[in-house]
Design a binder for this molecule. Sequence first.
Ligand SMILES: [Zn+2]
Length: 154
Amino acid sequence: MLIVAEPIAERAILEVTGGVSCYSAWDIERIADQVTERAVDPSPQGLAAECGVPIVLEPLLPAAVPAQMIRGTIYYRSDRLRGLAVLMILHELAHHLLPRHVDHSDVWSLTLALAMPLRVIRAMRHGELHAPFAHLPAWAVALRFEMPTVLLAA
Ligand SMILES: [Zn+2]
């Protein structure tokens, strides 16, 4: 699904906190763990490659569309991946990984879990990592840290 850049934060927050889920929160975490643990390259491009999804740099995408899946391939606009661009590639990948989703609740939850896996959050809390999510939008980090699975994870 195409999402333009402006209202993304508001929509993601509404969908994660009040959308319709087909998967349990722990199923979402398990999918994210499986993908992120086995990926040699933890970048969004690396995670897509790990899932067998072709990913192609396409600078002609409009500025409001940092990434979009078209016929099984994720196209992304710029190699300078920070902020929303990271999330949007992972969002498109989450669509691919969740064939059953009915709305964007599960898709956004998995997007955030792929961007901020539980084991990375645990390492951060134990002082092993410093500011590991500085490249992500602050609203996304805040939303991730309000997810019940993160609140419960020691
Ligand atoms: Zn979507």
